[in-house]
Design a protein around this ligand. Structure first.
Ligand code: NAD
Ligand code: MG
Length: 362
Protein backbone atom coordinates (compact mmCIF):
# COMPACT_ATOMS: atom_id res chain seq x y z
CA UNK A 1 0.00 0.00 0.00
CA UNK A 2 1.16 3.54 -0.75
CA UNK A 3 0.09 6.58 1.27
CA UNK A 4 0.14 10.18 0.09
CA UNK A 5 -0.67 13.13 2.33
CA UNK A 6 -2.66 16.16 1.28
CA UNK A 7 -1.08 18.98 3.29
CA UNK A 8 -3.72 21.51 4.31
CA UNK A 9 -2.82 22.39 7.89
CA UNK A 10 -5.46 21.06 10.27
CA UNK A 11 -7.49 19.78 7.29
CA UNK A 12 -4.61 17.53 6.10
CA UNK A 13 -5.50 13.94 5.25
CA UNK A 14 -4.01 10.70 3.90
CA UNK A 15 -4.81 8.96 0.62
CA UNK A 16 -4.26 5.19 0.93
CA UNK A 17 -3.82 3.39 -2.40
CA UNK A 18 -3.53 -0.39 -2.73
CA UNK A 19 -5.16 -3.78 -3.24
CA UNK A 20 -7.56 -5.41 -0.79
CA UNK A 21 -8.27 -2.25 1.22
CA UNK A 22 -12.08 -2.57 1.30
CA UNK A 23 -11.97 -5.46 3.74
CA UNK A 24 -10.14 -3.20 6.21
CA UNK A 25 -12.44 -0.23 5.80
CA UNK A 26 -13.60 -0.52 9.42
CA UNK A 27 -10.04 -0.10 10.61
CA UNK A 28 -9.59 2.91 8.32
CA UNK A 29 -12.70 4.48 9.85
CA UNK A 30 -11.13 4.04 13.27
CA UNK A 31 -7.89 5.58 11.99
CA UNK A 32 -9.96 8.48 10.62
CA UNK A 33 -11.40 8.98 14.10
CA UNK A 34 -15.04 8.09 13.31
CA UNK A 35 -16.94 7.39 16.55
CA UNK A 36 -18.19 3.83 17.08
CA UNK A 37 -21.34 4.94 18.89
CA UNK A 38 -22.70 7.05 16.00
CA UNK A 39 -24.10 5.45 12.83
CA UNK A 40 -22.15 5.64 9.57
CA UNK A 41 -23.92 6.28 6.27
CA UNK A 42 -22.51 4.59 3.17
CA UNK A 43 -23.68 6.24 -0.06
CA UNK A 44 -23.29 4.38 -3.35
CA UNK A 45 -24.91 4.01 -6.78
CA UNK A 46 -26.90 1.22 -8.41
CA UNK A 47 -23.90 -0.12 -10.36
CA UNK A 48 -21.27 0.00 -7.63
CA UNK A 49 -23.43 -1.10 -4.67
CA UNK A 50 -24.12 -4.68 -5.87
CA UNK A 51 -20.41 -5.14 -6.57
CA UNK A 52 -18.79 -3.71 -3.44
CA UNK A 53 -21.28 -2.58 -0.80
CA UNK A 54 -21.75 -6.01 0.89
CA UNK A 55 -18.01 -6.21 1.53
CA UNK A 56 -17.90 -2.68 2.94
CA UNK A 57 -20.92 -3.22 5.20
CA UNK A 58 -19.47 -6.47 6.50
CA UNK A 59 -16.10 -4.85 7.24
CA UNK A 60 -17.74 -1.93 9.08
CA UNK A 61 -20.09 -4.12 11.15
CA UNK A 62 -17.29 -6.48 12.15
CA UNK A 63 -15.45 -3.44 13.50
CA UNK A 64 -18.52 -2.59 15.61
CA UNK A 65 -20.04 0.20 13.52
CA UNK A 66 -23.77 0.65 12.95
CA UNK A 67 -24.33 1.09 9.23
CA UNK A 68 -27.03 2.90 7.25
CA UNK A 69 -26.93 2.77 3.43
CA UNK A 70 -28.31 4.85 0.58
CA UNK A 71 -28.17 3.69 -3.04
CA UNK A 72 -29.24 5.97 -5.91
CA UNK A 73 -29.46 5.33 -9.67
CA UNK A 74 -26.02 5.44 -11.37
CA UNK A 75 -25.32 8.42 -13.61
CA UNK A 76 -24.72 12.17 -13.68
CA UNK A 77 -28.49 12.86 -13.51
CA UNK A 78 -28.40 11.76 -9.87
CA UNK A 79 -26.06 14.61 -8.90
CA UNK A 80 -29.18 16.66 -8.21
CA UNK A 81 -30.86 18.52 -5.37
CA UNK A 82 -33.64 15.90 -5.45
CA UNK A 83 -31.24 13.03 -4.73
CA UNK A 84 -29.38 15.24 -2.23
CA UNK A 85 -32.65 15.57 -0.33
CA UNK A 86 -33.25 11.80 -0.49
CA UNK A 87 -29.83 11.14 1.03
CA UNK A 88 -30.52 13.76 3.73
CA UNK A 89 -33.78 11.95 4.53
CA UNK A 90 -31.94 8.65 4.92
CA UNK A 91 -29.38 10.35 7.17
CA UNK A 92 -32.06 11.83 9.43
CA UNK A 93 -34.16 8.65 9.53
CA UNK A 94 -31.01 6.60 10.17
CA UNK A 95 -30.28 8.70 13.24
CA UNK A 96 -26.96 10.18 12.10
CA UNK A 97 -25.65 12.69 14.66
CA UNK A 98 -22.82 15.22 14.78
CA UNK A 99 -20.27 12.46 15.40
CA UNK A 100 -21.45 10.35 12.45
CA UNK A 101 -19.63 10.14 9.15
CA UNK A 102 -20.56 9.59 5.51
CA UNK A 103 -18.63 7.20 3.27
CA UNK A 104 -18.79 7.75 -0.50
CA UNK A 105 -18.39 4.40 -2.27
CA UNK A 106 -18.26 4.99 -6.02
CA UNK A 107 -17.08 7.32 -8.77
CA UNK A 108 -17.08 11.09 -8.93
CA UNK A 109 -20.86 11.35 -8.92
CA UNK A 110 -21.14 9.53 -5.59
CA UNK A 111 -18.16 11.43 -4.15
CA UNK A 112 -19.43 14.88 -5.15
CA UNK A 113 -23.00 14.24 -3.96
CA UNK A 114 -22.19 12.39 -0.73
CA UNK A 115 -19.51 14.99 0.02
CA UNK A 116 -22.01 17.81 -0.29
CA UNK A 117 -24.37 15.99 2.07
CA UNK A 118 -21.48 15.51 4.53
CA UNK A 119 -20.57 19.20 4.25
CA UNK A 120 -24.09 20.34 5.06
CA UNK A 121 -25.68 17.69 7.30
CA UNK A 122 -25.79 19.36 10.74
CA UNK A 123 -23.35 21.94 9.28
CA UNK A 124 -20.76 19.30 8.48
CA UNK A 125 -19.93 15.78 9.68
CA UNK A 126 -17.11 13.31 9.01
CA UNK A 127 -16.49 12.25 5.43
CA UNK A 128 -14.48 9.50 3.71
CA UNK A 129 -13.94 8.99 -0.01
CA UNK A 130 -13.74 5.40 -1.31
CA UNK A 131 -13.26 5.99 -5.05
CA UNK A 132 -14.02 3.15 -7.47
CA UNK A 133 -13.22 4.82 -10.80
CA UNK A 134 -9.91 6.02 -12.21
CA UNK A 135 -11.44 9.42 -12.84
CA UNK A 136 -12.24 9.67 -9.15
CA UNK A 137 -8.51 10.01 -8.32
CA UNK A 138 -9.18 13.54 -9.44
CA UNK A 139 -12.60 14.11 -7.86
CA UNK A 140 -11.84 12.49 -4.49
CA UNK A 141 -8.79 14.67 -3.81
CA UNK A 142 -9.07 18.40 -3.27
CA UNK A 143 -12.33 18.89 -1.43
CA UNK A 144 -14.63 20.22 -4.13
CA UNK A 145 -18.09 18.75 -3.53
CA UNK A 146 -21.26 19.69 -5.35
CA UNK A 147 -24.55 18.87 -7.01
CA UNK A 148 -25.78 20.17 -10.36
CA UNK A 149 -28.50 22.74 -10.97
CA UNK A 150 -30.65 22.07 -14.07
CA UNK A 151 -29.12 25.23 -15.58
CA UNK A 152 -25.49 24.55 -14.71
CA UNK A 153 -23.15 21.80 -13.57
CA UNK A 154 -21.60 21.82 -10.07
CA UNK A 155 -23.40 25.09 -9.27
CA UNK A 156 -24.36 24.19 -5.69
CA UNK A 157 -21.44 23.08 -3.59
CA UNK A 158 -18.69 23.64 -1.08
CA UNK A 159 -15.03 23.11 -0.32
CA UNK A 160 -15.10 20.23 2.13
CA UNK A 161 -12.09 17.99 2.65
CA UNK A 162 -12.53 14.30 3.50
CA UNK A 163 -10.89 12.82 6.59
CA UNK A 164 -9.31 10.15 4.40
CA UNK A 165 -9.32 8.68 0.88
CA UNK A 166 -9.19 4.88 0.62
CA UNK A 167 -8.48 3.77 -2.95
CA UNK A 168 -8.85 0.02 -3.38
CA UNK A 169 -7.34 -0.79 -6.78
CA UNK A 170 -9.20 -4.12 -6.98
CA UNK A 171 -12.47 -2.25 -7.53
CA UNK A 172 -11.12 -0.87 -10.82
CA UNK A 173 -11.13 -4.33 -12.41
CA UNK A 174 -14.86 -4.11 -13.17
CA UNK A 175 -14.66 -0.77 -15.01
CA UNK A 176 -15.80 -0.74 -18.65
CA UNK A 177 -13.01 0.16 -21.14
CA UNK A 178 -14.32 3.63 -22.00
CA UNK A 179 -14.40 4.56 -18.31
CA UNK A 180 -10.79 3.37 -18.03
CA UNK A 181 -9.58 5.62 -20.85
CA UNK A 182 -11.69 8.52 -19.61
CA UNK A 183 -10.11 8.29 -16.15
CA UNK A 184 -6.63 8.04 -17.61
CA UNK A 185 -7.21 11.35 -19.41
CA UNK A 186 -7.20 13.13 -16.03
CA UNK A 187 -4.12 11.13 -14.97
CA UNK A 188 -2.09 12.16 -18.01
CA UNK A 189 -3.41 15.72 -17.60
CA UNK A 190 -1.65 15.80 -14.23
CA UNK A 191 1.55 14.80 -16.04
CA UNK A 192 1.06 17.33 -18.83
CA UNK A 193 0.71 20.22 -16.37
CA UNK A 194 3.60 19.47 -14.01
CA UNK A 195 5.55 16.29 -14.72
CA UNK A 196 7.08 15.50 -18.09
CA UNK A 197 8.53 12.18 -16.92
CA UNK A 198 5.13 10.95 -15.70
CA UNK A 199 3.41 12.05 -18.94
CA UNK A 200 5.88 10.04 -21.02
CA UNK A 201 5.61 7.15 -18.57
CA UNK A 202 1.84 7.03 -19.21
CA UNK A 203 2.42 6.77 -22.95
CA UNK A 204 5.05 4.07 -22.51
CA UNK A 205 2.82 2.02 -20.21
CA UNK A 206 -0.46 2.71 -22.01
CA UNK A 207 -1.03 -0.94 -22.85
CA UNK A 208 -0.64 -2.08 -19.24
CA UNK A 209 -2.84 0.75 -18.02
CA UNK A 210 -5.62 -0.07 -20.49
CA UNK A 211 -5.36 -3.75 -19.55
CA UNK A 212 -5.86 -2.76 -15.87
CA UNK A 213 -2.47 -3.99 -14.72
CA UNK A 214 -2.75 -3.05 -11.04
CA UNK A 215 0.96 -2.37 -10.61
CA UNK A 216 0.87 0.20 -13.41
CA UNK A 217 -2.49 1.64 -12.33
CA UNK A 218 -1.33 1.98 -8.73
CA UNK A 219 1.67 3.98 -9.88
CA UNK A 220 -0.39 6.19 -12.21
CA UNK A 221 -2.92 6.92 -9.46
CA UNK A 222 -0.20 7.60 -6.91
CA UNK A 223 1.39 10.13 -9.24
CA UNK A 224 -1.95 11.61 -10.30
CA UNK A 225 -3.11 12.00 -6.68
CA UNK A 226 0.26 13.41 -5.57
CA UNK A 227 0.26 16.06 -8.25
CA UNK A 228 -3.33 17.03 -7.51
CA UNK A 229 -2.57 17.05 -3.76
CA UNK A 230 0.41 19.35 -4.29
CA UNK A 231 -1.51 21.82 -6.46
CA UNK A 232 -4.44 21.86 -4.01
CA UNK A 233 -2.06 22.18 -1.05
CA UNK A 234 -0.79 25.44 -2.54
CA UNK A 235 -4.20 26.85 -3.45
CA UNK A 236 -7.08 25.12 -1.66
CA UNK A 237 -9.80 27.52 -2.81
CA UNK A 238 -8.72 28.21 -6.37
CA UNK A 239 -7.46 31.75 -5.96
CA UNK A 240 -4.89 31.30 -8.69
CA UNK A 241 -2.53 28.37 -9.17
CA UNK A 242 -5.18 25.67 -8.89
CA UNK A 243 -6.57 26.82 -12.25
CA UNK A 244 -3.79 24.88 -14.03
CA UNK A 245 -5.85 21.77 -13.26
CA UNK A 246 -8.31 23.07 -15.87
CA UNK A 247 -6.02 22.17 -18.79
CA UNK A 248 -8.33 21.01 -21.60
CA UNK A 249 -11.44 21.84 -19.59
CA UNK A 250 -12.60 25.06 -21.29
CA UNK A 251 -13.10 23.32 -24.63
CA UNK A 252 -13.95 20.03 -22.86
CA UNK A 253 -16.81 21.53 -20.86
CA UNK A 254 -18.17 23.17 -24.01
CA UNK A 255 -18.14 19.80 -25.80
CA UNK A 256 -20.02 18.22 -22.91
CA UNK A 257 -22.56 21.05 -22.82
CA UNK A 258 -23.19 21.10 -26.58
CA UNK A 259 -23.22 17.33 -27.12
CA UNK A 260 -25.28 16.67 -24.02
CA UNK A 261 -23.75 15.03 -21.00
CA UNK A 262 -22.96 11.38 -21.64
CA UNK A 263 -22.21 11.57 -25.38
CA UNK A 264 -18.55 12.05 -24.64
CA UNK A 265 -17.43 10.93 -21.19
CA UNK A 266 -15.72 13.70 -19.18
CA UNK A 267 -12.19 12.41 -19.82
CA UNK A 268 -12.90 12.00 -23.53
CA UNK A 269 -14.14 15.58 -23.79
CA UNK A 270 -11.11 16.97 -21.99
CA UNK A 271 -8.78 14.86 -24.17
CA UNK A 272 -10.14 16.73 -27.20
CA UNK A 273 -9.79 19.90 -25.12
CA UNK A 274 -6.14 19.13 -24.32
CA UNK A 275 -5.43 18.54 -28.02
CA UNK A 276 -7.13 21.92 -28.62
CA UNK A 277 -5.01 23.70 -26.00
CA UNK A 278 -1.86 22.32 -27.59
CA UNK A 279 -3.03 23.54 -31.01
CA UNK A 280 -3.75 26.92 -29.50
CA UNK A 281 -0.25 26.92 -27.99
CA UNK A 282 1.21 26.32 -31.46
CA UNK A 283 -0.81 29.28 -32.81
CA UNK A 284 0.61 31.41 -30.00
CA UNK A 285 4.11 30.52 -31.13
CA UNK A 286 4.91 27.59 -28.85
CA UNK A 287 6.72 24.56 -30.27
CA UNK A 288 4.37 22.48 -32.46
CA UNK A 289 6.04 19.33 -31.16
CA UNK A 290 4.01 19.84 -27.95
CA UNK A 291 0.84 19.28 -29.98
CA UNK A 292 2.24 16.22 -31.73
CA UNK A 293 3.45 14.64 -28.47
CA UNK A 294 0.18 15.42 -26.68
CA UNK A 295 -1.85 13.82 -29.46
CA UNK A 296 0.33 10.73 -29.49
CA UNK A 297 -0.03 10.34 -25.71
CA UNK A 298 -3.81 10.68 -25.83
CA UNK A 299 -4.13 8.31 -28.77
CA UNK A 300 -2.01 5.72 -26.96
CA UNK A 301 -4.61 5.80 -24.15
CA UNK A 302 -7.43 5.23 -26.70
CA UNK A 303 -8.73 8.76 -26.20
CA UNK A 304 -10.36 10.91 -28.91
CA UNK A 305 -8.50 13.98 -30.21
CA UNK A 306 -10.89 15.12 -32.94
CA UNK A 307 -14.11 17.06 -32.79
CA UNK A 308 -17.04 15.49 -34.69
CA UNK A 309 -18.26 17.59 -37.64
CA UNK A 310 -21.73 18.23 -36.13
CA UNK A 311 -20.34 20.34 -33.26
CA UNK A 312 -20.69 23.90 -34.57
CA UNK A 313 -18.09 26.50 -33.62
CA UNK A 314 -20.90 28.94 -32.80
CA UNK A 315 -22.52 26.55 -30.31
CA UNK A 316 -19.18 25.73 -28.68
CA UNK A 317 -18.20 29.42 -28.40
CA UNK A 318 -21.62 30.18 -26.90
CA UNK A 319 -21.12 27.42 -24.33
CA UNK A 320 -17.67 28.80 -23.43
CA UNK A 321 -19.19 32.23 -22.82
CA UNK A 322 -21.26 30.73 -20.04
CA UNK A 323 -18.01 29.50 -18.57
CA UNK A 324 -16.38 31.71 -15.95
CA UNK A 325 -13.25 32.07 -18.10
CA UNK A 326 -14.59 34.57 -20.64
CA UNK A 327 -14.28 38.37 -20.43
CA UNK A 328 -15.06 40.88 -23.24
CA UNK A 329 -13.95 38.90 -26.29
CA UNK A 330 -10.82 37.72 -24.47
CA UNK A 331 -10.57 34.27 -23.03
CA UNK A 332 -8.43 32.57 -20.41
CA UNK A 333 -6.77 29.28 -21.32
CA UNK A 334 -4.27 26.97 -19.71
CA UNK A 335 -1.55 26.83 -22.35
CA UNK A 336 1.14 24.13 -22.51
CA UNK A 337 4.63 25.65 -22.63
CA UNK A 338 6.27 22.23 -22.87
CA UNK A 339 5.28 18.68 -21.94
CA UNK A 340 5.00 18.93 -18.15
CA UNK A 341 4.63 22.69 -17.91
CA UNK A 342 1.73 25.10 -18.48
CA UNK A 343 0.90 28.76 -18.01
CA UNK A 344 -2.34 30.66 -17.50
CA UNK A 345 -2.91 33.04 -20.43
CA UNK A 346 -5.66 35.64 -19.99
CA UNK A 347 -5.97 37.56 -23.23
CA UNK A 348 -6.62 34.98 -25.90
CA UNK A 349 -8.54 36.28 -28.86
CA UNK A 350 -11.90 34.64 -29.50
CA UNK A 351 -11.06 34.31 -33.21
CA UNK A 352 -8.01 32.17 -32.47
CA UNK A 353 -10.16 29.78 -30.46
CA UNK A 354 -12.61 29.48 -33.38
CA UNK A 355 -9.72 28.56 -35.69
CA UNK A 356 -8.61 25.87 -33.26
CA UNK A 357 -12.13 24.41 -33.10
CA UNK A 358 -12.31 24.27 -36.90
CA UNK A 359 -8.90 22.63 -37.06
CA UNK A 360 -9.87 20.03 -34.44
CA UNK A 361 -12.40 18.70 -36.95
CA UNK A 362 -9.79 17.93 -39.63
P1 NAD B 1 -19.46 8.19 -12.15
O1 NAD B 1 -19.43 8.26 -10.68
O2 NAD B 1 -20.75 8.46 -12.82
O3 NAD B 1 -18.91 6.78 -12.61
C1 NAD B 1 -18.94 6.43 -13.98
C2 NAD B 1 -19.76 5.15 -14.21
O4 NAD B 1 -19.01 4.02 -13.76
C3 NAD B 1 -21.07 5.10 -13.42
O5 NAD B 1 -22.05 4.48 -14.22
C4 NAD B 1 -20.73 4.19 -12.24
O6 NAD B 1 -21.87 3.52 -11.74
C5 NAD B 1 -19.76 3.24 -12.84
N1 NAD B 1 -18.78 2.65 -11.92
C6 NAD B 1 -18.17 3.28 -10.90
N2 NAD B 1 -17.26 2.47 -10.34
C7 NAD B 1 -17.33 1.29 -11.00
C8 NAD B 1 -16.64 0.07 -10.88
N3 NAD B 1 -15.65 -0.08 -10.01
N4 NAD B 1 -16.98 -0.93 -11.72
C9 NAD B 1 -17.94 -0.76 -12.66
N5 NAD B 1 -18.62 0.38 -12.83
C10 NAD B 1 -18.31 1.40 -12.01
O7 NAD B 1 -18.43 9.22 -12.80
P2 NAD B 1 -16.86 9.48 -12.69
O8 NAD B 1 -16.36 9.41 -14.07
O9 NAD B 1 -16.18 8.65 -11.66
O10 NAD B 1 -16.86 10.98 -12.17
C11 NAD B 1 -17.50 12.02 -12.90
C12 NAD B 1 -18.06 13.01 -11.94
O11 NAD B 1 -17.00 13.51 -11.13
C13 NAD B 1 -18.70 14.21 -12.59
O12 NAD B 1 -19.91 14.51 -11.97
C14 NAD B 1 -17.69 15.34 -12.36
O13 NAD B 1 -18.31 16.60 -12.26
C15 NAD B 1 -17.10 14.92 -11.07
N6 NAD B 1 -15.75 15.45 -10.84
C16 NAD B 1 -15.52 16.14 -9.70
C17 NAD B 1 -14.27 16.65 -9.42
C18 NAD B 1 -14.01 17.34 -8.14
O14 NAD B 1 -12.95 17.94 -7.96
N7 NAD B 1 -14.92 17.26 -7.21
C19 NAD B 1 -13.22 16.46 -10.33
C20 NAD B 1 -13.47 15.74 -11.50
C21 NAD B 1 -14.75 15.24 -11.74
MG1 MG C 1 -11.96 17.15 -14.93
Amino acid sequence: MRTIRVELGERSYPIHIGSGLLKNIGAYCQEAGFALRSPLLVVSDSTVAPLYLPQVEEALRSQGYQVVTHIFPAGEASKSLAVYEDVMTTAIQGGLDRHSAILALGGGVVGDLAGYVAATYMRGIGFMQIPTTILAHDSSVGGKVAVNHPLAKNMIGAFYQPAMVVYDLDTLLTLPPRQVSSGLAEAIKHGLITDEVFAYWCREHAEELLALDLEALGYALELGCSIKAKVVGNDERENGLRAVLNLGHTIGHAIEAVGGYGVFLHGEAIAIGMAGSALLAAKLGRDRAIYEETVSMLTALSLPIRLPEQYSEDDLMEAMKHDKKFKEGKMTFIIPEAIGSVSIVNDIDEQLVREVLAQLKK
